[in-house]
Design a binder for this molecule. Structure first.
Ligand SMILES: Nc1ncnc2c1ncn2[C@@H]1O[C@H](COP(=O)(O)OP(=O)(O)OP(=O)(O)O)[C@@H](O)[C@H]1O
Ligand SMILES: [Mg+2]
Length: 298
């Protein structure tokens, strides 16, 4: 539980200072906080103990750092102060690397707020995310979560509304605010019961993959888990932080050497198509991977 209601102005100030100081410290020493806060040591100690008590800060012998909840609270507070969201509801979904909550926009529309959470579970995408961290700031879940949210927001902005993806509304810290798809994961949907034609749906999804490719993006984790569909057969492709960007060099754009294997665009695109083929096989669809691949890239 995040106790935002217990937060006083000075608590927010100390939390923000710790956040800023984490750019240069693994753990922020109290004297650094005192200096930046322009408050006396007793006041700062009192604020820190309050923040630790409500689990917004973690402490060690070296100093303090922000907790996942503290970081979540800062993002929620920012959206609220900017009048971007006026209410927050329950969880929509829990992913491997993030939680997604229902939120209410000022115009009464429903939307979702996705929190990127690296380091809470294993850090599987390590190598790729480290590429984002070229600015030499020290590595932490805080920065990698933030960069992954920024990346996802950037991709949604580039793709929407040409490709069927959620509408990007705002990005703050490790979160993105986006349009809500009232539907279910394709994994859980029964296409026959929904009276949808699997082959038509498959072809529509391939069209979106092709459009995204033309705009320079390969999803990189496409599967029935990352497609949301409603009973009308409308769908969106979600979960884009691990996207592969296609730069000027059309092939071998992002070479990643791992165990002497070099992955490239062909590898990622074929893996995405392969995942779709595997899912649609249970509906009796049998298409050729190479033909689909050539269709998308030409
Ligand atoms: N725009 C949206 N509208 C409605 N529900 C959504 C939306 N975005 C995400 N969700 C829900 O939240 C779940 C997790 O979202 P998403 O796949 O983006 O996060 P993730 O943490 O990266 O997941 P994973 O790592 O497990 O793939 C989705 O499976 C879906 O149920
Ligand atoms: Mg997902």
């Amino acid at each position: 539980m995040i106790y935002i209601k217990d937060m006083e102005d000075l608590d927010w100030r100390i939390l923000r200072i710790v956040e800023i100081c984490l750019k240069n410290h693994e753990w922020v020493p109290i004297k650094e906080i005192v200096k930046k806060a322009k408050l006396n040591q007793n006041e700062v100690s009192y604020r820190i103990s309050r923040l630790i008590h409500i689990k917004m800060l973690n402490s060690s012998q070296y100093g303090y750092r922000i907790s996942h909840w503290g970081y979540d609270a800062l993002a929620i507070d920012t959206y609220s102060k900017k009048d971007l969201i006026v209410g927050m509801g329950g969880k929509v979904g829990v992913g491997k690397e993030g939680d997604v909550y229902n939120v209410l926009l000022p115009d009464n529309r429903n939307a979702v707020l996705k929190f990127h959470k690296h380091g809470r579970t294993c850090f599987t995408m390590g190598k790729r995310y480290r590429n984002y961290l070229a600015d030499k700031r020290h590595m932490s879940w805080l920065y990698s979560s933030r960069l992954s949210a920024e990346k996802e927001f950037e991709v949604l902005t580039a793709l929407y509304p040409i490709v069927k993806v959620p509408e990007p509304i705002a990005n703050n810290r490790h979160t993105i605010l986006m349009g809500k798809m009232e539907g279910t994961d394709l994994k859980k949907a029964n296409l026959h019961r929904l009276d949808l034609n699997p082959e038509e749906l498959f072809e529509e999804i391939i069209e979106e993959v092709k459009k995204a490719y033309k705009l320079g993006y390969i999803h990189g984790d496409l599967s029935e888990f990352n497609i949301l569909i409603n009973s009308d057969g409308d769908f969106v492709i979600i979960d884009w932080p691990q996207v592969i960007e296609i730069n000027d060099n059309k092939f071998k754009i992002e070479k990643i050497s791992s165990k002497d294997v070099e992955y490239d665009v062909e590898y990622y695109l074929k893996r995405d198509i392969g995942n779709l083929l595997r899912y649609f096989k249970k509906y009796g669809l049998n298409k050729d991977l190479d033909t689909l691949y050539n269709y998308i890239i030409n």
